[in-house]
Design a protein around this ligand. Sequence first.
Ligand SMILES: Nc1ncnc2c1ncn2[C@@H]1O[C@H](COP(=O)(O)OP(=O)(O)O)[C@@H](O)[C@H]1O
Ligand SMILES: [Mg+2]
Length: 291
Amino acid sequence: MITLGLPGIGAGEVVDQTTKLNSIPNLNGKDIETLLTVLVNGSRRVERVSLSSCGAWIKRYGTEKPSTWRHLQAMFSRIVPIAFLRPCAYLSPRQMAERERRRIVLFKERGIAVPDVLYASNGAIVLADAGMTVQQRLWQLRDGDPAAHDDLMVVCAAELGRLHAKGLCHGRPYPRDMFFVGDRLGFMDFEEDPQTVMPLEVAQARDVWLLFLQIATGARFGLQTQNRAYEAWFEHAPAAARVELQRMIRFLGGFLFLARLIGRVHMGSDLQRFIVATSFLMHAFTNYSVD
Ligand SMILES: Nc1ncnc2c1ncn2[C@@H]1O[C@H](COP(=O)(O)OP(=O)(O)O)[C@@H](O)[C@H]1O
Ligand SMILES: [Mg+2]
C-alpha cells in the first residue's frame, strides 16, 4: 500500500488527491505530478514546491509532538486560571488542517490578505506562494537601513490593530507570518485559534504581547520604535482589547522582579524579550490612557 506520509492515507486516496489537484486552475500535468510526489513522499512540516507558473507551499499537520512548553503551559494554566495562558485544545492532523483552512477563509471574508488555499486534504494543505515574509525583509534592512527596519515593525503593529478592529485575532502574529501586498501586509499561519479557549479581547491582547516580544528586542531604535508601534496598534485597536491588555500586563508585570532576578544568573533571549516587552507595555500604560 502506498502511504502519503500522513496518518491513515492509502492508495485509494492518492487517486482522490489526484482528482482534487486536477481541479486547481493553472496547473499542468507536470505540476500535479510534482505536488503529488511531495504530498506522498515529503516529510517536512512546511516546504516550498516550485510549479511551472508559481510557487506553492505544502503544510503538514501532526508531524510534531506537542512541545515541552505546551505541556508546561497546560499544567500552569490548570494551576493559575488565567484565560490568556490557556493552550488551544489538541486536534488531530485532519482537524488542524481544517481549522487553518476555515480561518483563512474567515480572514479573507473580513478583508485581510491571506495566501490562497490551492488544496486541502487530510492533514495537509497546499497554499499559493505569498512571496517574501516581513521577517525576511527585516533581516535585509537590519544593518543597512535601520530606520526602514523599525518603520516596518511599526507597520506590523498597525496592521495587527486593523485586524483586531475587524473583530479578529491572529494567535501568533510574528513578522515571519506576515507578507507584502502592495503597501499593506497580509497574514498567514492560522493554526492557533485562541478564541476557542478565551474571549476575543483576551486573545487580541495576547496577540499584542506576542508581537511586542518580537519588537521589543528587535527594534534598532529601542523605546522610540516601541512607542510608535504601540501608538500604531492603539490607533486602530478596539477599546475592549486595550483594557484587556492593561489587565494582562499588570498580571505579567508581577513576574518582572523574578524575571530580572533570574536574568542576573542567566539572561536567555526569551527571558530578555519577556522583560523588555512587558516593562515597555507597563510603561506604555502610564503614557497612554486606555479610555
Ligand atoms: N504561502 C506561503 N507563502 C510564503 N511563505 C510561506 C507560505 N507558507 C509558509 N511559508 C513560510 O514557511 C514558514 C512556516 O509556515 P507556517 O505556516 O508559519 O508554519 P509554522 O506553524 O511552522 O510556523 C512561514 O513563516 C513562511 O516563512
Ligand atoms: Mg509560522
